[in-house]
Design a protein around this ligand. Structure first.
Ligand code: BG6
Length: 467
């Protein structure tokens, strides 16, 4: 759609950046923290990367100082559930509770809006050992108890809450549910049961916030993207539609409308993965929907039909499935450049995603993650010249502005990530930050903070309030 006139960003637009507890904090066994399902074996780098993180636990004061210098209006971070309740439930850990008060208070003192994710992949290991974690319906109450504790403790200081980060990714990576030694296709029944419990738990937290904590707003953060058909063929078009349904549309439809899409239901049933639940769940979910949608966008995918070849239903690819025979396969899009990791660079895909989401759900949105990864050498004397990151971020911010100009309500944009953090699967080799941290996979060094060129670029952009 041609844009008549580019609209300015709203005055109160939340120019932000993001991180998560397990990727940033470190201090794995300090301050009374309990264990989560994320272990240091998760990264291919085979290091103790998550144990030390990038030391946010000890260096948050420095980091928030840098956020202030950059002029950030918002910082999205997650609370480590096991820092609050080391066993997932039971007695809260005063040191952990105090830590997040310090973080939130420092942010507020720097006029930076805290956007708090309650759960970003690091589920308490104890709950998995006790009753199977999300696989059991008992998990719903434990999540709500944890959320209620956070709201009672920090609710008067935090306006924006995010319940769960990238629930579909949790669902499709069994080890993040505490299921070990099984692939996605081997544990689908359990995964979609867990997925259902997460949706009910989120609806209960939406209800809690709407009834008891007026003045706060809540939503999920979902990984969202566009899927282009590889050719004009109807088969490829249907494959693209299917992959969008299987990775994101099913979840939004369930979370925002309390409805399992019939085609998705058909898919689950044909894989013997339809979850058990009382009918009343769907009415409850429908009556308790989010206030906004957090959108994590990095790239788009292109999809072709994949014939069954007699191996109907074989699912493969890492870390999340990239093909399923008889349904779809992801293919390379020759029109689009990629990062070193083969992720397409597609700013227009962000605009399309925001348009599609608004068309379907009519909710305000915030871009909760968007960022560019690269292997980078950190030197103490010279800021990293990350021109490719600047171009990526600028083009995506422009795409958000175009969406706003078309009338789509987007109230913020958070770069992933503020400092470099430990990448989920590639450790410190894959850096996203606008501030470098001088550790590597194998050498912790002093973990000093060194702003990259993109830091100064973002500072100027925020100052102008425009791209
Ligand atoms: C999102 C997650 O999926 O993508 C982040 O919410 C993650 O936790 C980010 O780090 C980038 O993924 P990766 O694997 O490149 O670090």
């Amino acid at each position: 759609m041609q844009i008549r006139q580019i609209a300015p960003f709203p005055q109160d637009f939340l120019w932000g950046a993001s991180s998560s507890s397990f990727q940033a904090e470190g201090a794995w066994h300090e301050g009374g923290k309990g264990d989560s399902v994320i272990s240091h074996t998760e990264t291919e780098a085979q290091t103790t990367a998550f144990d030390e993180g990038v030391d946010f636990y000890h260096q948050y004061h420095t980091d928030i100082g840098l956020m202030k210098e950059a002029g950030l209006k918002a910082f999205r971070f997650s609370i480590a559930w096991t820092r609050i309740f080391p066993q997932g439930v039971g007695k809260p850990n005063p040191e952990g509770v105090a830590f997040y008060h310090h973080v939130i208070d420092e942010l507020s003192a720097a006029s930076i809006e805290p956007i708090v994710t309650m759960y970003h992949f690091d589920y308490p290991q104890h709950l998995v050992d006790k009753y199977g974690g999300w696989l059991s319906r008992r998990s719903i109450n434990d999540f709500v108890t944890y959320a209620k504790f956070l709201l009672d403790e920090y609710g008067d200081k935090v306006h924006y809450w995010i319940t769960i980060n990238e629930q579909d990714h949790i669902t499709k990576m069994p080890y993040r549910l505490g299921i070990l030694g099984k692939t996605y296709s081997e544990s689908m029944r359990e995964e979609y049961q867990a997925n259902h419990h997460m949706v009910v738990a989120s609806a209960k937290v939406f209800n809690l916030i709407h009834t008891k904590y007026p003045g706060t707003e809540v939503g999920p953060a979902l990984s969202y993207q566009v899927y282009y058909p590889a050719t004009h063929s109807p088969e490829d078009t249907e494959a693209a539609m299917d992959l969008s349904l299987l990775t994101q549309d099913y979840l939004l439809e369930l979370q925002c409308s309390g409805r399992y899409d019939p085609v998705f239901r058909h898919y689950l049933e044909s894989h013997n993965a339809w979850p058990d639940f009382p009918d009343s769940d769907l009415d409850y979910i429908k009556a308790n929907s989010p206030d906004f949608i957090g959108v994590n966008y990095y790239s788009s995918d292109t999809v072709a039909y994949m014939p069954a070849n007699g191996d109907d239903g074989e699912i493969g690819g890492k870390p999340v499935p990239s093909y399923e025979r008889g349904i779809y396969q992801k293919v390379r899009n020759k029109e689009l450049p990629t990062t070193q990791w083969g992720w397409t660079i597609d700013p227009r895909g962000l605009k399309l995603s925001l348009r599609k989401l608004y068309y379907e759900y009519h909710l305000p949105m915030i871009v909760t993650e968007n960022g560019f990864s690269e292997e980078e050498e950190v030197s103490p004397n010279k800021p990293i010249d990350d021109t490719k990151r600047i171009a990526y971020l600028g083009d995506h911010i422009r795409a958000v502005q175009e969406a706003i100009s078309l009338g789509i309500p987007v109230f913020g944009y958070c770069i992933w990530s503020f400092t470099d953090v430990i990448s989920g699967h590639s450790g410190m080799n894959k850096r996203y930050g606008i501030v470098a941290v001088n550790r590597t996979n194998f050498d912790l060094k002093a973990m000093n903070r060194l702003p990259k060129k993109s830091f100064y670029w973002y500072q100027q952009l925020i100052k102008k309030g425009a791209y």
